[in-house]
Design a protein around this ligand. Structure first.
Ligand code: FAD
Length: 318
């Protein structure tokens, strides 16, 4: 089997879960070769090898943190030239999609974004996408050049598969455009200590039924008992009860966790668009006619202010 390049998403060197998912999927179509750019490459290599990377290419040039994505595209292209992979996999983050798009243009290849599964086909990797608010599933294959594929978080459960993980320094010569846009301000991440919404294995979301910013503590308590991220419907966000960064849906974020709990959310199509692909969906709503009950695996008809604290208490006793 040929090599498959995997672009490593990390936070200050700490490898993030979507990368481990990519390595797991990459093993289905070839031998994963990880590309780690920025600090912490040597430490990251141990984790990457644990999840199947046969080789880790690292580079810690200052350009990666000081400038926008172009230096990273230069480096990924250098890795592509060195490895001649069968496919390039990149996490479907905002930055990942920009890097993937730019790389595909440079190498004259087709791109598939937001894949949720990968398999080997007779003519190369086949990517599954979930489209139109998960109403349809499509399978696509890149017909020109080396496939560049971005994969949504939570598309696969990371599986340990120890490999050699030899570490090699990646030689990168930066293009003229690499230093064209300097990053002058970095926003800090929230300090809630909760997992990132789009990467979380469990999401607990509150809607208009939560009835006030002060009542979101009920949602947060359940989320914390489960180690979950907190989401919100647009109604709750528009009312100013929760930040837009936590909005789930068509004009918010798309999540696909193992477990999605919707409390006081009616299930409008625009909300479904962002959570319908969750593996298990639970809704708590006092209206038994609420449309959310059409798509749930488990539904609780009741007042969220009774049900959610009871659930939190039950989880905490375990
Ligand atoms: P509601 O529809 O008002 O539902 C509240 C629910 O809470 C009801 O079902 C009610 O029975 C229940 N409830 C009330 N009190 C309790 C209680 N004490 N216990 C239990 N249940 C209770 N929406 C999104 O969420 N995300 C988006 O990204 C998004 N994008 C949009 C884009 C466009 C272009 C448009 C037009 C709309 C968009 N919307 C989006 C809005 C969407 O159409 C709905 O208006 C919104 O999702 C409703 O939010 P909600 O379910 O919290 O509120």
């Amino acid at each position: 089997m040929a090599d498959v390049l995997v672009y490593v998403d990390h936070m200050d060197g700490a490898v993030r879960k979507p990368t481990l998912e990519l390595l797991t999927l990459a093993r289905r179509i070839g031998h994963p070769v990880a590309v780690h750019l920025g600090p912490g490459g040597a430490d990251a290599a141990k984790i990457l090898a644990e999840y199947g990377a046969v080789k880790v290419l690292t580079s810690d040039a200052a350009e990666f943190s000081d400038y926008s994505v172009v230096p990273k595209v230069d480096a990924l292209q250098a890795a592509y030239d060195a490895v001649s992979p069968a496919a390039v996999l990149v996490p479907s983050s905002a930055e990942g999609k920009e890097i993937a798009g730019r790389l595909a243009v440079r190498i004259g290849s087709g791109i598939i974004t937001d894949a949720v599964d990968l398999e080997n086909g007779d003519d190369g990797p086949i990517a599954t996408q979930s489209v139109f608010a998960a109403a349809f599933t499509t399978k696509s294959r890149v017909s020109k050049g080396t496939p560049v594929i971005t994969v949504k978080p939570n598309s696969a459960a990371p599986e340990v598969a120890p490999a050699a993980g030899t570490v090699e320094e990646l030689a990168v010569s930066f293009s003229e455009a690499a230093t064209g846009t300097k990053v002058t301000v970095r926003t800090s991440r929230g300090s809630s200590g909760r997992p990132e919404l789009t990467e979380a294995a469990i999401v607990v979301s509150g809607g208009r039924g939560v009835n006030g910013a002060e009542n979101f503590v009920v949602i947060e308590a359940l989320a914390d008992s489960l180690g979950a991220a907190v989401g919100a419907s647009r109604a709750a966000v528009d009312a100013g009860w929760y930040p837009h960064a936590n909005q789930v849906g068509q004009t918010g974020k798309s999540v696909s966790p193992q477990l999605y709990i919707a409390a006081g959310i009616s299930g409008a199509i625009q909300h479904r668009a962002g959570m319908q692909t969750s593996k298990t969906i639970v809704a708590i709503n006092k209206d038994e006619e609420a449309p959310i009950f059409e798509l749930v695996d488990y539904g609780v008809i009741g007042d969220l202010f009774d049900v959610v604290p009871a659930l939190t208490g039950e989880v905490e006793t375990r």
